[in-house]
Design a binder for this molecule. Structure first.
Ligand code: SF4
Length: 63
């Protein structure tokens, strides 16, 4: 399967600078899942900029 990084980058809302996983959604999800977190694309633009990727923050934003 071909990597879709370029297309993914067009939709990625993550503003965290210098992350090597940007556009590599499989690695991004794995990284945050291992920490009990969610990727940036689960959060609003404002919440994403806090870099708090916790599930608690996700629930707080969506309740
Ligand atoms: S959400 Fe996390 S792993 Fe994914 S691109 Fe942003 S900083 Fe990197």
């Amino acid at each position: 399967m071909e990597c879709k990084k370029e297309g993914n980058l067009e939709e990625c809302n993550c503003s965290y600078p210098g992350c090597s996983r940007k556009g590599l959604c499989c690695e991004c999800v794995k990284h945050h899942r291992e920490r009990g977190e969610l990727p940036a694309c689960f959060f609003s633009e404002k919440a994403e900029k806090s870099y708090d990727r916790s599930i608690a923050r996700f629930v707080e934003e969506n309740s």
